[in-house]
Structures are given as C-alpha cells and as structure tokens.
Design a protein around this ligand. Structure first.
Ligand SMILES: [Zn+2]
Length: 126
C-alpha cells in the first residue's frame, strides 16, 4: 500500500520531532538553557553580524548553538566546548585562561568524537 502525501508529511513531522534536542543542561548544579539557532549568524546575541557555532552567556546561564538541521552528534563538540567554558568558569584551572582556548576546543572535539564513535548517541548519531 502506498502512503499518501499527507501521511508521509505526518511521518516526516514525527521524525523531525524525534530529533534529540535537550533544552537544558545541568553543569555543576547550575542549569543552563540551550537554544538552537537556524543560522550561525545570530548565535551570538551580542553580535548579530558574527557567525559562530555556539555561544555561552555565564550571566544568564544560556547556551546557544547552531542547529541548521545537524544531528545532535554533530553539534556535540560545539556544545561540549561551551560546557568546558562553564566548568572552567566555575572551577578555574588552565582552560579558564584564554591562551588555552585552542586546547579547550581540542578537548571538546575529542570528547564529542569519543561519545559519537562509541555509539553513545546511537539513535541520533547516524
Ligand atoms: Zn570558546
């Protein structure tokens, strides 16, 4: 039996609803909201012209990340980058220093790779 266009659209909507998009994350007991942005422009609410993939505001406990239809596993490195900023802000340590920003980014990228490569996001990583 062929699916009607309406049921196909409905199945597509259901599939889109299933995309994993947590709306908050608890980091060391603080809850941060997560907002998903359609475009890289606008991710940084303080500079609407800048294009970036993720942004964290420590004053409002808000994370914004470029979605663009990516699977969650593809956003994870950007998300972990901002989470490491929050952890460094709370706990200090070398990654709190801007001169180690590239190292922070490497840790985030590698952690995301480990999580995805080991299938820990199996239903969403493909
Ligand atoms: Zn950063």
């Amino acid at each position: 039996m062929r699916k009607s266009a309406a049921s196909s659209r409905s199945a597509k909507r259901r599939k889109m609803r299933r995309k994993y998009r947590p709306r908050r994350v608890d980091i060391l007991g603080k809850t941060y909201s997560i907002t998903y942005c359609k475009s890289q422009r606008g991710v940084n609410p303080r500079n609407s012209e800048e294009e970036c993939r993720a942004y964290i505001d420590m004053e409002t406990n808000a994370i914004r990340v470029y979605d663009g239809g990516r699977v969650f596993g593809a956003m994870l490195g950007d998300m972990l980058h901002e989470i490491l900023h929050a952890i460094s802000d709370e706990m200090g340590g070398p990654l709190a220093d801007d001169k180690y920003h590239d190292d922070l980014n490497r840790y985030a990228t590698v952690l995301a790779d480990v999580i995805v490569r080991n299938g820990w996001l199996r239903s969403d990583a493909s």
